[in-house]
Design a protein around this ligand. Structure first.
Ligand code: ZN
Length: 180
């Protein structure tokens, strides 16, 4: 595949977004709309853009590990669009004075045969919606976590989800902590 420049953002020691690099605007426009264009997000804390308590905790733990250990951490994650499965990787690297640089690389892209529309519900107290893992993209169905394609019984249907972290990805985080 074509090696695109990595999307990057830098955080200061207070987790405020101080710089953005790479094809950020085109990527953000395609995925999240104009509200996340670079000139609108610079200077704001990253936590304004992360939904889900478990997702925030996961990232906070990783940021803390990178800052304290001064070792980069690389984790795969998914950033799908309705038609595409995007396999991404984030690399979090420490800089001077508590700064962090977070690089997002696209590893590979697969086309879906049927689109899957995911709608995010911001009310985390609402339990009737399904949990979606912010990292592996799986959606909880009953006791199982599965690809949204599989969880989506009716093609073209929108799945309403809340951001979460599945047990596998939470276990993954404990391994990272133990490995440093
Ligand atoms: Zn997961």
């Amino acid at each position: 595949m074509v090696a695109a420049p990595a999307i990057r953002y830098d955080l200061d020691d207070q987790d405020r977004i101080v710089a953005l690099g790479g094809p950020w605007d085109s990527f953000a426009l395609e995925n999240d709309g104009p509200q996340v264009q670079s000139d609108l997000i610079r200077g704001r804390p990253i936590w304004s853009f992360v939904t889900g308590e478990l997702t925030r905790m996961w990232l906070q733990t990783v940021f803390q590990l990178v800052r304290s250990q001064k070792q980069p951490i690389t984790r795969p994650y998914r950033c799908d669009s309705p038609h595409l499965r995007r396999f991404m990787q984030m690399r979090i690297q420490s800089g001077p004075a508590g700064k962090l640089s977070i690089y997002h690389d696209i590893l590979r892209i697969e086309q879906r045969s049927q689109p899957v529309y995911i709608h995010y519900e911001l009310d985390e107290q609402e339990i009737s919606f399904r949990a979606r893992c912010s990292f592996c993209n799986r959606v909880k169905q009953g006791q199982h976590w599965m690809e949204p394609d599989a969880a989506n019984a009716h093609p073209e249907r929108t799945i309403t989800v809340t951001s979460s972290v599945c047990p596998d990805c939470q276990g993954d985080l404990q391994q990272i902590g133990a490995g440093l």
